[in-house]
Design a protein around this ligand. Structure first.
Ligand code: FUL
Length: 510
């Protein structure tokens, strides 16, 4: 120890004075010259942020069940039963959902029955042995990935961990020789995929290579999730591993709604927590809502009908508008295409989203998009964070990296928008820069027709969390939200409480 002190001392006298002065100068430099707010933990991983920006995307349940009429095949279906009536056309799926304002999709390429829609090396229970030439030649993950890239859409795959066909299921060899390899094969179909979807998958009864019986497994342990994540991320680094993978959570229902209060954090996937998240959660686990656009099951069924565009718009408000993402199921039929009524309703939905909320929809002219009145408003705030980088103009600059905020001591704030002439307004959109954590806990919205007196809007709605995106129908109703609107000279948002100084990256008023 003595020797160490001596050498440090000697080193001290050997350092020239000019260098010492430089050290001192460095110490005096403030550590945070821009006064960047400290993050409030937990914060998302880069891939979770990218995933959140996908917002609204499709689910395509297509496979063996499309031909057997089942929802959960037992696993003993002969491969020859998979025999499409025409060449499956994933490009048609992709363009149809793009017209609905969606930004991507997830194709089911293996459901619980274990039949793989690509020529996997892991099993003979795949399209290699399909009943006809269409079935044998249409490599669905490949066609789907190619079409998505061509149309600038994000894409990913649903691969059921539970495999009712495999003789290995329930043994270690299923995970090492079948499941992980299948996930890697799928990752190889595109290093740019955004999400891999795994359901709860606790096992149950099945064919299991002819042995039958029941296999009960603990998904947390059995699927070797850390290894699964590492192996997929090595190939597809931005692929969020949903469900079993632990990087995004189920929203707790399949009806297309999230809690009005919805935190992106959660530790525990139990009831209650799923719809609303958990303000005290240690993990960033944002909610995804999976819902059906059709009246029957997840797979296509004869005679099923399509939900109306108005109903789908309501789902959008109650999911994307409540800090969740929406994965809307549109099942292809036995020809391997989306039926005409599905395509028509999706097109109507795209028009609605464009005309009401200015969602960019391919093929629709920008001049027909909802007008953003925040852009023409004069915006005053109770306070602007010091540092020169947090001005109110950041709210309307369309840049997700820039934001407005208060100083650390203030957990409340007001933002007032005014117009020279009153504007008819219906929706308010707010976004937090969630890369610094989700903060806002409580807010209220008021408007004024004369610029003097204030009336509270949607008082019965839980105006609590904001998160990545919150869309508020100002009449408080998600079901009949496109009403007459409010003739507003002013609109005031009061942030009443926040986990740390409130920050907002974007504000729109339609
Ligand atoms: C569930 C599955 O059991 C259903 O069949 C469907 O695929 C749904 C989206 O996930 O876990």
């Amino acid at each position: 120890m003595k020797k160490l002190f001596t050498s440090i001392f000697l080193l001290g006298i050997m350092v020239p004075m000019s260098t010492m002065a430089q050290f001192q100068l460095k110490d005096e430099t403030p550590a945070n010259p821009d006064n960047v707010p400290a993050p409030v933990h937990p914060v998302p991983h880069e891939r979770q942020l990218l995933w959140n920006e996908t917002e609204f995307y499709a689910f395509f349940h297509y496979g063996m069940n499309t031909f057997t009429g089942s929802e959960w095949g037992f696993g003993n279906e002969a491969e020859s039963r998979y025999a499409p009536l025409g060449m499956p056309d994933p490009e048609q799926w992709v363009t149809a959902v793009k017209a609905a304002g969606m930004n991507g999709g997830i194709a089911v390429v293996k459901h619980h029955d274990g039949f793989c829609l690509w020529p996997t090396a892991t099993t003979e229970h795949s399209i290699k042995n399909a009943g006809n030439e269409y079935g044998r030649t249409a490599n669905i993950p490949k066609l789907f990935a190619d079409a998505s890239r061509k149309h600038n859409m994000k894409y990913g795959f649903y691969i059921s961990p539970w495999d009712r066909n495999s003789a290995h299921y329930g043994k270690d060899t299923y995970v090492t020789e079948v499941f992980l390899k299948q996930c890697e094969e799928l990752a190889e179909y595109g290093s740019d995929q955004f999400e891999m979807w795994f359901d709860g998958a606790r096992g149950g009864d099945g064919y299991y290579g002819g042995e039958g019986g029941t296999r009960d497994i603990d998904p947390e342990i059995y699927y070797d999730v850390p290894n699964l994540r590492a192996r997929v991320h090595r190939i597809a680094p931005n692929c969020v591993m949903w469900g079993v993978g632990g990087e995004a959570r189920w929203i707790g229902n399949e009806s297309g709604y999230a809690g009005e209060t919805n935190w992106a954090m959660s530790d525990y996937d139990g009831s209650g927590v799923l719809e609303e998240g958990d303000i005290n959660g240690w993990y960033w686990k944002p909610g995804e809502s999976d819902a059906k656009a059709t009246s029957a099951g997840w797979f296509w069924h004869q005679g099923e009908s399509m939900k109306s565009a108005e109903r789908l718009f309501q789902m959008y408000l109650e999911t994307v508008g409540r800090n969740a993402t929406l994965i809307l199921n549109c099942p292809p039929n036995q020809y391997g295409v989306l039926p005409e009524n599905t395509v028509n309703e999706l097109t109507k939905l795209g028009k609605m989203l464009h005309e009401r909320l200015a969602v960019p929809v391919y093929g629709l002219d920008e001049s027909t998009a909802a007008k953003d009145f925040a852009k023409s408003a004069t915006i005053e705030v109770s306070e602007t964070r010091t540092g020169g980088k947090y001005e109110v103009a950041n709210l309307t600059d369309g840049n997700k990296e820039t934001y407005w905020g208060t100083n650390d001591e203030s957990l409340t704030a007001t933002i007032t928008l005014s117009w020279d002439t009153p504007q008819v307004i219906r929706y308010l959109v707010m976004q937090e820069p969630v890369f610094l954590g989700q903060r806002i806990k409580d807010f209220k919205i008021e408007y004024s027709t004369d610029g003097e007196s204030w009336i509270e809007l949607c008082p019965a709605m839980q105006t609590t969390t904001v998160g990545y995106k919150r869309i508020i129908p100002l009449n408080g109703k998600t079901s009949e939200s496109f009403g007459n609107g409010y003739n507003a000279k002013k609109l005031r948002i009061t942030i009443l409480d926040s986990r740390a100084c409130p920050l907002l990256s974007n504000l729109n008023v339609y």
